[in-house]
Design a binder for this molecule. Structure first.
Ligand SMILES: [Fe+2]
Length: 574
């Protein structure tokens, strides 16, 4: 792809040669290590390390792992952007050791906190070792929550907006709220740990038997099955403080229901507890949003931080809150701080940074490269005249299709580039998909539809290109969409803009022609506990190990019944 320096403010090096400004953003401190490359204000690449190393979330979130860097994704991003490590103008690291807790400070009883700061301070040296030629003096530390905020106000579509960052923790805070005018951030509020909305939700996640910093979205789904019968008690420990911040202290969850051990069944109590904390969280965020609106009178609110992946809370704020627009960074978790840090530093160095436009910022393969991978695996495949039409045929026959097209998505959601697709009409599709993915049966899958069709089928907010809101289904459509309607009657819609996603749009058109329904089920292309598929090899491994009916990879189609025949040949299907 072209990364030539159009737009922005060219930087004139000695000799009046126009130089491109190149900034590499790095998230490495807690979890979800990731990189982003910004060249002349444009986001050229962004990717999570897990997609390369195939280790979910990249690393364990402990102080000992802070030295680990997203080396593979960084090498790829630089290669892709045509930038040598020595040519980087800055490396933006999304944590500022100057703001870290002082040595010896107790931070939620973590006696190794000092180790984290120790490794962060040495990150420039680690970076130079990992990427030979990189000048360690060019590393800039960006406060963690400023990086999250920039991933929303610089990567998003609004230059004037209010911004809220909510996560587990940054250096010593768990929340930032501010106002952005002309792309310039003014911080209005911060909340210091131990008060933390993210940490409380993580503790709930552990309490109901899931993995913290990983499975919070499962708890949100579980909450839909419960009643918030302990809301009053939870509210005492978690509420907005009326002054722009909140109280969110540790809660003795065992007093409501005993912790669920691995392998144990869920009780109604677990679902009710999840529902109670979810309700208190939503109330708190809505109050914060209302207060921020009164202070700023901005029309748009942008969100980032891991808590902004809570689509139910996002919808609550969008629906009940005072803002006309709510935009959420799709990589709202820590991976997104790589992007935010890079954009923040690029802007500080004089670049006119531009919104991200699309989440398809990861790796992509040419048709020839895909074909070589298929031939190398000695599998049988065809090259249909139109892959969109061929996939629609499989979906119309109630098949499940692994869909591998274009560049992979940055952030945790599959958005039509690394997706599993299916027919939403049959409720059994959900069971089959959850079986394919080896995951709990209470987990919902999501519908994908064209932007222009969405308002006739679902209630807003639209557009919803990143699946960060929930929607209700309009009367008359329930029967046709049984697989994608969650127990609480909602669906997490992805809207597809046909101008931006022409192949996906063609597939949706073909599905509508064949089934009468302009919707497909879309869930991420991976199996249980594995990161999303990224490369053709990952796609083949996934297809080879999961009962998926077809794999549409670039223009090529593999079918389950002919997959293992051992002959490699291409035939154009007329
Ligand atoms: Fe964070």
């Amino acid at each position: 792809m072209s990364v030539s320096g159009k737009g922005g403010f060219p930087f004139y090096a000695p000799g009046n040669r126009v130089r491109r400004m190149r900034v590499l953003g790095v998230n490495a401190v807690f979890h979800d290590p990731a990189v982003a490359l910004v060249v002349d204000g444009a986001v050229v690449a962004a990717a999570e390390e897990e997609r390369f190393t195939r280790r979910k979330h990249g690393k364990v979130c402990v102080p000992f792992s802070t030295w680990e860097l997203p080396e593979e994704s960084a090498s790829w991003a630089l290669r892709f952007g045509g930038v040598a490590p020595s040519e980087l103008d800055a490396i933006a690291y999304s944590y500022d050791p100057e703001l870290a807790p002082p040595d010896g400070a107790e931070l939620h009883e973590n006696e190794y906190e000092a180790l984290r700061t120790y490794f962060v301070r040495r990150a420039p040296g680690f970076m130079a070792a990992a990427l030979p030629g990189l000048d360690r003096s060019k590393v800039r530390f960006v406060p963690h929550h400023v990086a999250h905020a920039a991933s929303a106000y610089l990567a998003g579509p609004y230059r004037d907006c209010a911004v809220m960052v909510m996560d587990g923790r940054g250096e010593q805070t768990s929340y930032l709220a501010g106002v952005v005018r002309g792309g310039e951030l003014e911080v209005l509020h911060r909340v210091a740990i131990p008060d933390s909305l993210g940490l409380r939700y993580e503790e709930l996640t552990m309490h109901v038997g899931f993995k913290r910093s990983s499975d919070e979205y499962k708890v949100m789904a579980l909450a839909s099955y419960g009643k918030p019968r302990w809301l009053a008690e939870i509210r005492e420990a978690m509420h907005a403080d009326g002054a722009g911040g909140f109280v969110a202290r540790p809660i003795d969850l065992a007093r409501f229901v005993p912790p669920r051990r691995e392998g144990e069944e869920f009780s109604d109590g677990h679902a009710d507890l999840a529902a109670s904390v979810q309700a208190a969280l939503q109330e708190t965020i809505l109050e914060l949003a209302r207060g921020l609106y009164e202070e700023t009178k901005m029309r748009a609110l942008v969100l980032a931080g891991g808590v902004a992946l809570n689509v139910v809370a996002n919808s609550y704020v969008a629906e009940k809150g005072p803002f006309e627009h709510v935009w959420v960074q799709p990589a709202a978790g820590d991976a997104g701080t790589a992007l935010g840090a890079a954009m923040y530093v690029a802007r500080a160095m004089g670049d006119d940074v531009r919104p991200m436009g699309s989440a398809a910022l990861g790796r992509g393969w040419s048709d020839a490269e895909i074909e070589a991978a298929l031939d190398g695996a000695n599998v049988y495949y065809t090259r249909p005249r139109d892959i969109a039409e061929a996939v629609a045929d499989v979906i119309a026959q109630d098949g499940i299709v692994a869909w591998f097209q274009g560049r992979s998505e940055f952030g945790p959601r599959a958005l039509g580039h690394r997706s599993l697709l299916a027919n939403p009409r049959y409720a059994d599709t959900l069971r089959r998909l959850n079986d394919v993915k080896g995951r709990e049966q209470f987990r919902p899958v999501a519908p994908m539809t064209l932007l222009e069709k969405a308002p006739e089928i679902f209630n807003g907010p639209f557009p919803s290109p990143y699946m960060l809101f929930v929607h209700t289904v309009k009367p008359g459509w329930e029967e046709k969409l049984r697989a994608v309607i969650h127990v609480d009657g909602t669906a997490r819609v992805q809207t597809v803009d046909r101008r931006e996603e022409r192949l996906v749009a063609r597939m949706l058109d073909a599905v509508e022609r064949k089934t009468g329904v302009p919707v497909v089920v879309n869930t991420s292309l991976n199996t249980a506990g594995r990161p999303m598929v990224d490369s053709p090899r990952d796609a083949l491994e996934c297809f080879g190990s999961a009962p998926v009916d077809a794999l549409a990879i670039g223009p090529f189609l593999l079918k389950r019944e002919t997959f293992a025949r051992g002959s490699s040949s291409v035939s154009a299907v007329a």
